[in-house]
Design a protein around this ligand. Structure first.
Ligand SMILES: C[S@@+](CC[C@H](N)C(=O)[O-])C[C@H]1O[C@@H](n2cnc3c(N)ncnc32)[C@H](O)[C@@H]1O
Length: 190
């Protein structure tokens, strides 16, 4: 074996070892934010503030067990898509949708919100982290049609000033909800 081939083999072994030690299966991306659910009462407010209805297509970016998408389908007959990086949560969401009788309205896609296409959404819901909202912001502003509503649990979008924000207390914990409408191109925040 040439020195070069031996070097390549060593690098490959080190990389495989690192991946195994890190507990991340090859090709599987770790979540950018852990799974924490939005309480039902907060979901009700998020759907209300965005005036979600039967003609909407709602995308929840990082959909967890599917509860936001499923609640919108149950209450308003809204079609919905949940994008979630954890395949086990996709299974949970599909089972929850089956139990709620809304499988004809919703679907859950295993994918990364930073790569997935959500341009068809008329409503986008988020419960992520401030820095993830900021990473998504350019795509929300350019890929979504003007008039699309965006609702975030707890975290804002920096200099993109929300049209409305509310604070509610659920089980002694304070939650914030921020609401934006995607503006036309010439009114986009920098
Ligand atoms: C805080 S939980 C919110 C769950 C649900 N939206 C809710 O409000 O109840 C965030 C979810 O985003 C998922 N997630 C994290 N990073 C992601 C990524 N890059 N792409 C897709 N989903 C992601 C996590 O696995 C988790 O289920």
């Amino acid at each position: 074996m040439t020195l070069h081939r031996r070097w390549l083999l060593t690098v490959a072994v080190i990389l495989l070892g690192t991946t195994a030690a890190g507990g991340c299966a090859p090709g599987r991306r770790l979540p950018d934010v852990p799974y924490v659910v939005t309480p039902d009462r907060v979901i009700e407010e998020m759907l209300q503030i965005a005036s979600v209805g039967p003609n909407d297509l709602l995308y929840d970016l990082g959909s967890g067990d599917g509860r936001i998408v499923i609640a919108a389908a149950r209450k308003f007959g809204t079609r919905g898509v949940g994008i979630e990086i954890d395949p086990a949560l996709i299974e949970v969401a599909n089972e929850n949708a089956r139990q709620a009788g809304v499988t004809h309205l919703v679907r859950f896609v295993h994918g990364d919100i930073f790569v997935a296409d959500f341009a068809q959404a008329t409503v986008v819901t988020l419960y992520l982290l401030p820095e993830l909202n900021l990473r998504l912001r350019p795509r929300l502003l350019t890929e979504l049609a003007p008039g699309t509503r965006v609702v975030s649990h707890n975290y804002d979008m920096g200099s993109w000033v929300p049209q409305r924000s509310i604070r509610i207390t659920v089980d002694s914990r304070t939650h914030y909800i921020y609401f934006w409408v995607v503006p036309t191109a010439h009114l986009r925040p920098s």
